[in-house]
Design a protein around this ligand. Structure first.
Ligand code: HEC
Length: 152
């Protein structure tokens, strides 16, 4: 169910029309977008802390953090509408708009890694080795998009 929601949400990323432009001013949409990424960041720092061993491993906690990301991730799509292109304060690189299918593919890879983490962390056999692998894949999906489409 959740996996399906995620797949739909990531597919919708950038597939948006100008409907959102009627609801949000571009400047506000950027703040909204960045706030969602800040939620990602807070959850990911707990996940990363567990992988590094700074925070004791706890499968339930991993599941909770992954689920938190999955709750807000579907909202990202509506923050990416054409009028948000080039807004001051946004770190989205302009070339994302010219490489939309690749940008979307990065979003889908993220959705897939996240879905796998949510699912795996809910299984009774989820251990530290599996956590390292699935969390590593998620973090890699963040990095892969930032490397190409987020300004420094
Ligand atoms: C498909 C691309 C993509 C993926 C996947 C992605 N990001 Fe980002 N991220 C961006 C872009 C683009 C921005 C800049 C947005 C803007 O400023 O308009 C950004 C911005 C951010 C920011 C800065 C927010 C701010 O306050 O300005 C953080 C933190 C962040 N991302 C964390 C993450 C984490 C953690 C993940 C993975 C769990 C992730 N992102 C996955 C594209 C992505």
């Amino acid at each position: 169910m959740l996996k399906k929601t995620l797949a739909v949400a990531t597919l919708a990323l950038l597939g948006t029309t100008s409907v959102q432009a009627d609801l949000f001013k571009p400047e506000d949409a950027i703040k909204y977008r960045q706030a969602i990424y800040q939620v990602f960041s807070a959850q990911s720092s707990v996940l990363g802390g567990m992988v590094r061993g700074d925070i004791p491993f706890d499968a339930e906690e991993v599941h909770k953090r992954a689920t938190n990301i999955a709750k807000v991730a579907p909202m990202l799509g509506e923050t990416y509408f054409p009028a948000t292109r080039g807004v001051t304060g946004s770190r989205l690189q302009d070339r994302a708009w010219n490489n939309m299918s690749d940008f979307q593919a990065k979003g889908q890879a993220f959705g897939k890694a996240l879905g796998e983490l949510v699912e795996a962390s809910g299984q009774p056999d989820f251990d530290q080795a599996k956590a390292r692998q699935t969390i590593g894949a998620l973090v890699q999906s963040c990095r892969s998009c930032h490397d190409d489409y987020r300004a420094r």
